[in-house]
Design a protein around this ligand. Structure first.
Ligand code: AHR
Length: 334
Protein backbone atom coordinates (compact mmCIF):
# COMPACT_ATOMS: atom_id res chain seq x y z
CA UNK A 1 0.00 0.00 0.00
CA UNK A 2 2.85 2.36 0.92
CA UNK A 3 4.48 1.61 -2.47
CA UNK A 4 1.21 2.36 -4.27
CA UNK A 5 0.77 5.72 -2.47
CA UNK A 6 4.38 6.66 -3.30
CA UNK A 7 3.75 5.84 -6.98
CA UNK A 8 0.59 8.00 -7.02
CA UNK A 9 2.56 10.86 -5.42
CA UNK A 10 5.37 10.68 -8.00
CA UNK A 11 2.88 10.48 -10.90
CA UNK A 12 0.94 13.54 -9.62
CA UNK A 13 4.22 15.44 -9.21
CA UNK A 14 5.26 14.58 -12.78
CA UNK A 15 1.92 15.63 -14.28
CA UNK A 16 1.87 18.99 -12.48
CA UNK A 17 5.49 19.65 -13.44
CA UNK A 18 4.81 18.83 -17.12
CA UNK A 19 1.76 21.06 -17.29
CA UNK A 20 3.68 23.90 -15.60
CA UNK A 21 6.47 23.59 -18.19
CA UNK A 22 4.13 23.40 -21.23
CA UNK A 23 3.88 26.65 -23.30
CA UNK A 24 0.79 28.65 -22.55
CA UNK A 25 -1.35 29.05 -25.66
CA UNK A 26 -4.40 31.21 -25.51
CA UNK A 27 -7.23 30.49 -27.95
CA UNK A 28 -6.43 33.71 -29.82
CA UNK A 29 -2.82 32.73 -30.60
CA UNK A 30 -3.52 29.10 -31.46
CA UNK A 31 -4.97 29.93 -34.87
CA UNK A 32 -2.03 32.11 -35.94
CA UNK A 33 0.56 29.32 -35.94
CA UNK A 34 1.35 28.59 -39.59
CA UNK A 35 1.03 24.96 -40.61
CA UNK A 36 4.32 23.09 -41.19
CA UNK A 37 6.03 24.14 -44.49
CA UNK A 38 5.27 20.75 -46.03
CA UNK A 39 1.53 21.23 -45.45
CA UNK A 40 1.33 24.69 -47.06
CA UNK A 41 -0.53 24.97 -50.36
CA UNK A 42 1.96 26.27 -52.95
CA UNK A 43 0.38 28.96 -55.11
CA UNK A 44 2.03 30.69 -58.05
CA UNK A 45 0.65 34.19 -58.58
CA UNK A 46 1.35 35.68 -62.03
CA UNK A 47 0.63 39.38 -61.50
CA UNK A 48 0.67 41.76 -64.46
CA UNK A 49 2.54 44.57 -62.65
CA UNK A 50 2.47 44.55 -58.88
CA UNK A 51 2.98 48.31 -58.35
CA UNK A 52 1.51 49.64 -61.60
CA UNK A 53 -1.32 51.73 -60.12
CA UNK A 54 -3.09 52.34 -56.81
CA UNK A 55 -5.58 49.66 -57.81
CA UNK A 56 -2.90 47.10 -58.66
CA UNK A 57 -0.97 47.76 -55.42
CA UNK A 58 -4.15 47.20 -53.38
CA UNK A 59 -4.84 44.03 -55.37
CA UNK A 60 -1.32 42.62 -54.85
CA UNK A 61 -1.52 43.34 -51.11
CA UNK A 62 -4.96 41.73 -50.85
CA UNK A 63 -3.70 38.49 -52.42
CA UNK A 64 -0.53 38.48 -50.28
CA UNK A 65 -2.53 38.96 -47.09
CA UNK A 66 -5.20 36.37 -47.87
CA UNK A 67 -2.71 33.75 -49.09
CA UNK A 68 -0.33 34.09 -46.15
CA UNK A 69 1.56 31.29 -44.40
CA UNK A 70 -0.72 31.78 -41.38
CA UNK A 71 -3.66 30.98 -43.65
CA UNK A 72 -1.95 27.84 -44.96
CA UNK A 73 -0.43 29.08 -48.24
CA UNK A 74 3.04 29.42 -49.68
CA UNK A 75 2.60 32.25 -52.21
CA UNK A 76 5.14 32.76 -54.99
CA UNK A 77 4.70 36.10 -56.76
CA UNK A 78 5.94 36.62 -60.32
CA UNK A 79 5.69 40.20 -61.61
CA UNK A 80 5.72 40.56 -65.41
CA UNK A 81 6.01 44.36 -65.41
CA UNK A 82 3.06 44.35 -67.84
CA UNK A 83 4.98 42.28 -70.38
CA UNK A 84 2.44 39.89 -71.88
CA UNK A 85 5.03 37.33 -73.08
CA UNK A 86 6.81 37.32 -69.71
CA UNK A 87 3.53 36.72 -67.87
CA UNK A 88 2.87 33.64 -70.01
CA UNK A 89 6.39 32.35 -69.36
CA UNK A 90 5.94 33.07 -65.61
CA UNK A 91 2.93 30.75 -65.71
CA UNK A 92 4.97 28.10 -67.54
CA UNK A 93 7.60 28.50 -64.80
CA UNK A 94 4.98 27.73 -62.14
CA UNK A 95 3.96 24.61 -64.08
CA UNK A 96 7.62 23.51 -64.20
CA UNK A 97 7.90 24.08 -60.44
CA UNK A 98 4.82 21.88 -59.95
CA UNK A 99 2.97 24.38 -57.77
CA UNK A 100 -0.43 23.32 -56.43
CA UNK A 101 -2.43 26.25 -57.90
CA UNK A 102 -1.85 29.12 -60.33
CA UNK A 103 -3.49 32.57 -60.11
CA UNK A 104 -3.30 34.77 -63.20
CA UNK A 105 -3.99 38.50 -63.62
CA UNK A 106 -3.52 38.61 -67.39
CA UNK A 107 -1.71 41.47 -69.12
CA UNK A 108 -3.31 40.53 -72.41
CA UNK A 109 -6.56 38.68 -73.06
CA UNK A 110 -5.01 36.72 -75.96
CA UNK A 111 -2.25 34.11 -76.14
CA UNK A 112 -3.22 31.63 -73.42
CA UNK A 113 -4.10 28.36 -75.17
CA UNK A 114 -0.72 26.60 -75.08
CA UNK A 115 0.34 27.42 -71.54
CA UNK A 116 -3.09 26.74 -70.05
CA UNK A 117 -3.17 23.46 -71.97
CA UNK A 118 0.12 22.62 -70.25
CA UNK A 119 -1.33 23.50 -66.81
CA UNK A 120 -4.31 21.29 -67.51
CA UNK A 121 -2.07 18.36 -68.56
CA UNK A 122 -0.08 18.84 -65.36
CA UNK A 123 -3.31 18.80 -63.32
CA UNK A 124 -2.70 22.26 -61.83
CA UNK A 125 -5.91 24.23 -61.19
CA UNK A 126 -5.87 27.75 -62.63
CA UNK A 127 -7.79 30.70 -61.20
CA UNK A 128 -8.10 33.83 -63.33
CA UNK A 129 -8.25 36.90 -61.14
CA UNK A 130 -9.58 40.31 -62.24
CA UNK A 131 -8.78 40.10 -65.95
CA UNK A 132 -10.64 37.77 -68.31
CA UNK A 133 -8.96 35.99 -71.24
CA UNK A 134 -9.92 34.81 -74.71
CA UNK A 135 -9.61 31.03 -74.26
CA UNK A 136 -11.84 28.02 -73.82
CA UNK A 137 -13.43 27.79 -70.35
CA UNK A 138 -12.11 24.21 -70.16
CA UNK A 139 -8.61 25.60 -69.72
CA UNK A 140 -9.19 27.20 -66.33
CA UNK A 141 -11.17 26.44 -63.20
CA UNK A 142 -12.66 29.78 -62.36
CA UNK A 143 -12.53 33.51 -63.01
CA UNK A 144 -13.15 36.02 -60.19
CA UNK A 145 -13.44 39.75 -60.85
CA UNK A 146 -15.52 42.73 -61.93
CA UNK A 147 -17.42 43.39 -65.15
CA UNK A 148 -15.44 45.83 -67.29
CA UNK A 149 -18.09 46.46 -69.96
CA UNK A 150 -20.71 47.06 -67.27
CA UNK A 151 -18.36 49.48 -65.54
CA UNK A 152 -18.15 51.39 -68.81
CA UNK A 153 -21.94 51.42 -69.09
CA UNK A 154 -22.20 52.99 -65.61
CA UNK A 155 -19.84 55.73 -66.81
CA UNK A 156 -21.63 56.35 -70.11
CA UNK A 157 -25.01 56.42 -68.30
CA UNK A 158 -23.66 59.33 -66.26
CA UNK A 159 -22.37 61.01 -69.44
CA UNK A 160 -25.86 60.64 -70.90
CA UNK A 161 -27.19 62.82 -68.09
CA UNK A 162 -24.35 65.36 -68.32
CA UNK A 163 -24.82 65.78 -72.06
CA UNK A 164 -28.60 65.47 -72.10
CA UNK A 165 -30.84 67.40 -74.48
CA UNK A 166 -28.42 67.19 -77.41
CA UNK A 167 -25.65 69.11 -75.60
CA UNK A 168 -22.39 68.51 -77.49
CA UNK A 169 -19.83 66.17 -75.83
CA UNK A 170 -16.27 66.44 -77.16
CA UNK A 171 -14.50 63.47 -75.62
CA UNK A 172 -10.86 62.56 -75.22
CA UNK A 173 -10.27 58.97 -74.23
CA UNK A 174 -7.31 57.68 -72.19
CA UNK A 175 -7.26 53.92 -72.60
CA UNK A 176 -5.65 51.32 -70.38
CA UNK A 177 -2.94 49.05 -71.72
CA UNK A 178 -4.20 47.86 -75.10
CA UNK A 179 -5.36 44.25 -75.16
CA UNK A 180 -6.08 44.01 -71.41
CA UNK A 181 -9.67 42.93 -70.82
CA UNK A 182 -10.21 45.98 -68.54
CA UNK A 183 -9.26 48.24 -71.46
CA UNK A 184 -11.27 46.27 -74.01
CA UNK A 185 -14.48 46.27 -71.93
CA UNK A 186 -14.34 49.93 -70.89
CA UNK A 187 -13.43 51.04 -74.43
CA UNK A 188 -16.23 49.00 -76.01
CA UNK A 189 -18.80 50.53 -73.66
CA UNK A 190 -17.70 54.05 -74.64
CA UNK A 191 -17.61 53.28 -78.37
CA UNK A 192 -21.07 51.69 -78.21
CA UNK A 193 -22.46 54.76 -76.43
CA UNK A 194 -20.81 57.11 -78.95
CA UNK A 195 -22.51 55.11 -81.70
CA UNK A 196 -25.88 55.71 -80.04
CA UNK A 197 -25.47 59.42 -79.27
CA UNK A 198 -25.08 61.68 -82.28
CA UNK A 199 -24.11 64.62 -80.03
CA UNK A 200 -21.04 62.72 -78.70
CA UNK A 201 -17.81 63.18 -80.63
CA UNK A 202 -14.56 61.32 -79.99
CA UNK A 203 -11.79 63.88 -80.49
CA UNK A 204 -8.88 61.60 -79.61
CA UNK A 205 -8.11 58.17 -78.18
CA UNK A 206 -4.76 56.78 -76.98
CA UNK A 207 -3.40 54.41 -74.39
CA UNK A 208 -2.01 56.02 -71.25
CA UNK A 209 -0.75 52.58 -70.06
CA UNK A 210 -2.61 52.99 -66.71
CA UNK A 211 0.02 55.60 -65.74
CA UNK A 212 -0.39 59.12 -64.30
CA UNK A 213 2.73 60.51 -65.99
CA UNK A 214 1.96 59.05 -69.42
CA UNK A 215 -1.64 60.27 -69.25
CA UNK A 216 -0.50 63.75 -68.22
CA UNK A 217 1.82 64.00 -71.22
CA UNK A 218 -0.85 62.82 -73.64
CA UNK A 219 -3.45 65.15 -72.15
CA UNK A 220 -1.06 68.11 -72.44
CA UNK A 221 -0.62 67.41 -76.15
CA UNK A 222 -4.40 67.09 -76.65
CA UNK A 223 -4.90 70.44 -74.89
CA UNK A 224 -2.42 71.97 -77.36
CA UNK A 225 -4.31 70.44 -80.25
CA UNK A 226 -7.97 70.87 -79.24
CA UNK A 227 -7.85 73.63 -76.58
CA UNK A 228 -11.23 74.58 -75.15
CA UNK A 229 -13.12 72.16 -77.40
CA UNK A 230 -12.42 69.34 -74.94
CA UNK A 231 -15.27 69.11 -72.45
CA UNK A 232 -15.08 65.45 -71.40
CA UNK A 233 -12.24 63.10 -70.37
CA UNK A 234 -12.95 59.36 -70.19
CA UNK A 235 -9.93 57.91 -68.35
CA UNK A 236 -9.88 54.14 -67.86
CA UNK A 237 -8.35 54.30 -64.38
CA UNK A 238 -7.85 56.67 -61.44
CA UNK A 239 -4.16 57.21 -62.08
CA UNK A 240 -4.75 58.36 -65.66
CA UNK A 241 -7.66 60.59 -64.58
CA UNK A 242 -5.26 62.21 -62.11
CA UNK A 243 -2.70 62.79 -64.90
CA UNK A 244 -5.36 64.39 -67.11
CA UNK A 245 -6.56 66.63 -64.27
CA UNK A 246 -3.00 67.79 -63.58
CA UNK A 247 -2.47 68.68 -67.26
CA UNK A 248 -5.79 70.52 -67.48
CA UNK A 249 -5.17 72.49 -64.27
CA UNK A 250 -1.64 73.38 -65.35
CA UNK A 251 -3.15 74.72 -68.58
CA UNK A 252 -5.55 76.85 -66.51
CA UNK A 253 -8.68 74.84 -67.35
CA UNK A 254 -11.51 74.22 -64.92
CA UNK A 255 -12.08 70.54 -64.20
CA UNK A 256 -15.08 68.65 -62.86
CA UNK A 257 -18.01 70.18 -60.97
CA UNK A 258 -21.09 71.37 -62.83
CA UNK A 259 -19.36 73.34 -65.57
CA UNK A 260 -15.70 72.25 -65.81
CA UNK A 261 -14.32 69.59 -68.16
CA UNK A 262 -16.26 66.46 -67.18
CA UNK A 263 -13.90 63.83 -65.74
CA UNK A 264 -14.84 60.15 -65.79
CA UNK A 265 -12.63 57.67 -63.95
CA UNK A 266 -12.55 53.99 -62.98
CA UNK A 267 -11.32 52.11 -59.89
CA UNK A 268 -12.59 54.35 -57.05
CA UNK A 269 -9.53 54.09 -54.86
CA UNK A 270 -9.85 56.16 -51.68
CA UNK A 271 -7.55 59.05 -52.74
CA UNK A 272 -9.51 59.48 -55.95
CA UNK A 273 -12.86 59.28 -54.18
CA UNK A 274 -11.55 62.21 -52.17
CA UNK A 275 -10.98 63.97 -55.53
CA UNK A 276 -14.57 63.03 -56.42
CA UNK A 277 -15.79 64.67 -53.20
CA UNK A 278 -13.71 67.76 -54.11
CA UNK A 279 -15.57 67.80 -57.43
CA UNK A 280 -12.50 67.17 -59.61
CA UNK A 281 -13.72 63.76 -60.76
CA UNK A 282 -17.39 63.77 -61.74
CA UNK A 283 -18.05 60.05 -61.99
CA UNK A 284 -15.81 57.36 -60.52
CA UNK A 285 -16.82 53.78 -61.27
CA UNK A 286 -15.74 51.15 -58.79
CA UNK A 287 -13.52 48.22 -59.71
CA UNK A 288 -12.90 46.21 -56.55
CA UNK A 289 -9.22 45.19 -56.09
CA UNK A 290 -9.73 43.23 -52.85
CA UNK A 291 -9.93 39.85 -54.52
CA UNK A 292 -7.51 37.96 -52.25
CA UNK A 293 -10.07 36.52 -49.80
CA UNK A 294 -12.25 35.36 -52.69
CA UNK A 295 -9.30 33.62 -54.35
CA UNK A 296 -8.36 31.92 -51.04
CA UNK A 297 -11.96 30.73 -50.63
CA UNK A 298 -11.93 29.28 -54.17
CA UNK A 299 -8.72 27.35 -53.50
CA UNK A 300 -10.08 26.06 -50.21
CA UNK A 301 -13.24 24.96 -51.99
CA UNK A 302 -11.23 22.98 -54.55
CA UNK A 303 -9.06 21.56 -51.73
CA UNK A 304 -12.26 20.36 -50.05
CA UNK A 305 -13.32 18.51 -53.20
CA UNK A 306 -15.74 21.22 -54.42
CA UNK A 307 -16.08 22.71 -57.90
CA UNK A 308 -16.29 26.50 -58.04
CA UNK A 309 -18.58 28.28 -60.50
CA UNK A 310 -16.79 29.14 -63.75
CA UNK A 311 -17.51 32.84 -63.18
CA UNK A 312 -17.62 34.65 -59.86
CA UNK A 313 -18.41 38.36 -60.25
CA UNK A 314 -17.88 40.87 -57.48
CA UNK A 315 -20.37 43.69 -56.83
CA UNK A 316 -19.36 47.12 -58.05
CA UNK A 317 -20.92 50.54 -57.73
CA UNK A 318 -20.25 54.09 -58.93
CA UNK A 319 -19.67 57.39 -57.11
CA UNK A 320 -20.66 60.88 -58.24
CA UNK A 321 -19.27 64.28 -57.27
CA UNK A 322 -22.68 65.66 -56.32
CA UNK A 323 -23.78 62.80 -54.05
CA UNK A 324 -20.62 61.31 -52.47
CA UNK A 325 -19.94 62.16 -48.79
CA UNK A 326 -16.92 61.95 -46.50
CA UNK A 327 -18.75 59.26 -44.49
CA UNK A 328 -19.04 57.11 -47.63
CA UNK A 329 -15.30 57.48 -48.29
CA UNK A 330 -14.34 56.78 -44.66
CA UNK A 331 -16.34 53.56 -44.71
CA UNK A 332 -14.56 52.26 -47.81
CA UNK A 333 -12.00 49.47 -47.32
CA UNK A 334 -9.48 50.75 -49.90
O1 AHR B 1 -7.98 45.24 -64.32
C1 AHR B 1 -8.25 46.31 -63.49
C2 AHR B 1 -7.51 47.50 -63.98
O2 AHR B 1 -6.17 47.19 -64.03
C3 AHR B 1 -7.56 48.74 -63.13
O3 AHR B 1 -8.53 49.63 -63.53
C4 AHR B 1 -6.24 49.34 -63.38
O4 AHR B 1 -5.95 50.43 -62.55
C5 AHR B 1 -5.43 48.14 -63.28
O5 AHR B 1 -4.19 48.07 -63.55
Amino acid sequence: MKKFLALVFVATLLISCLSACAPVTTPSTQGTQPPAESKLIRVGFAQCKADESDWRKANTKSVQEALSKENGFDLILADSNNDAAKLVSDVQGFIDQEVDYIIIAAVNADGWDTVLGNAKKAGIPVILMDRTINASEDLYNCWLGGGFYNEGVKATDWMGKRFAGGKQANIVHLQGQLGASAQVGRTEALEDAIGKNSNWKLLAQQTGEWSTDTAKEIMASWIQQYGDDINCVYAENDNMADGAIQALEEAGKKVGGDDGVAIISFDANRAYLQMTLEGKINCNVECNPLLGPGVAALINKIEGGGTPNKKESVDETAFYYDTITQEVIDARPY
